[in-house]
Design a protein. Structure first.
Length: 355
């Protein structure tokens, strides 16, 4: 480790909260405008719905969050030799916190600093983190296909089926590109050149051969890691997304909306169908919520809209706020263990006496 790493991390996390505040405000405004087209919301009823959730129900949601974070950390734990599941969880939630409150590349700086203090090569660690991100993109776009199948348990909808099929094609393209890069150096070089030219077309300054060499070096590093780990990692990511959606099902029940009004295939399927919207800042806060609520209201009825807004607010507080809280605890633990490992500073040697 280097002494500059924890210092740089602290500087990044001390940045002003302009970015997250702006993201939250924009997302909420966009969501508010979308909800205005759904129906009139009684905010007093929303408050009643939120207050109806008991402490034990909140603890149950927190328990589901911990399970989700554990499952989400499995891929990077498999992709990064020597990391292990506990440290993978710490790395994930710490990077999420830094990526939310600090400007780029705050999350990368935090990951590299942690890898160094744990004795993991930053290059190997970032290769694992990159694979983790690519697999998550594949899972994110596979979710609507699963959502369309689940929603069809309640009622088949052609539009949802088409959306799921298109999203699945995107997910397959991501996975196929990963496998192609793994199995063929010539394909990896060709894809890298095309990506470099596309970047230059969009006014970016990219050295084509340097880009190609970087991709080929990345391919050599992941060659052994990706084999045998891609399918389990993809399944783990999809399971984490399903658990995320299941938390909204639980929140809907906790605010008093029964299965006869909002059947679980409708709620679970609605979240999964809209899941690509999490590519927006703060996991689509406001936009995804409005789309999901509109889909459920179409089945449950507009009279349940306010309660559904309350359930979605509870869900977001746990899934977003809870994850940031875990990130703060993880950062505190990492700093404390780093200080203990480095020990107290050695006393300076006395200056020799002048002759």
């Amino acid at each position: 480790m280097t002494s500059e790493d924890p210092i740089r991390v602290r500087e990044i996390l001390r940045k002003r909260w302009v970015k997250p505040t702006a993201i939250v405000l924009v997302s909420l405004v966009v969501g508010w405008f979308i909800l205005r087209f759904i129906g009139k919301i009684s905010w007093s009823a929303v408050g009643d719905a939120v207050r109806s959730v008991s402490l034990w129900e909140l603890l149950a949601l927190i328990g589901m969050l911990l399970v989700r974070q554990t499952v989400n950390a499995l891929p990077i734990a498999r992709f990064t030799p020597g990391l292990g599941l506990p440290k993978a969880m710490v790395s994930d939630v710490s990077a999420n916190l830094a990526g939310t409150v600090a400007p780029p590349p705050g999350d990368v700086v935090v990951r590299i600093a942690q890898f160094r203090t744990w004795g993991i090569s930053p290059v190997d660690g970032m290769a694992g983190a990159t694979l983790n991100m690519l697999v998550f993109y594949g899972a994110r776009f596979a979710a609507p296909a699963i959502g369309a199948v689940i929603f069809s348990i309640y009622a088949f909808d052609t539009g949802k089926a088409v959306a799921g099929a298109v999203s699945l094609l995107i997910a397959i393209a991501i996975v196929v590109a990963l496998v192609a890069v793994l199995r063929s150096e010539s394909i990896a070089a060709r894809l890298a050149r095309r990506a470099a030219r596309a970047a230059n077309t969009m006014s970016a300054t990219v050295e084509e051969e340097s880009w190609v060499e970087t991709v080929l070096d990345f391919r050599r590093r992941i060659d052994g890691t990706l084999r045998g780990n891609l399918a389990p990692a993809l399944l783990a990511m999809i399971l984490g997304i399903v658990i995320d959606a299941a938390m909204l099902v639980a929140a809907v029940r906790f605010v008093g909306i029964g299965a006869d009004v909002a059947p679980w295939p409708v709620v679970l399927g609605s979240v999964l169908l809209a899941y690509p919207l999490t590519i927006l800042p703060m996991f689509g806060l406001g936009v995804l919520d409005a789309v999901v609520i509109a889909t459920i209201v179409d089945v449950a009825g507009v009279e349940y809209e306010s309660a559904l807004v309350g359930a979605t607010m509870v869900w977001r507080v746990i899934t977003l706020g809870g994850t940031l809280g875990l990130g703060a605890l993880a950062m505190a633990w990492w700093r404390a263990t780093t200080r203990r490992a480095s020990g107290p500073p050695e006393p300076a040697e006395p200056e020799p006496a002048a002759s």
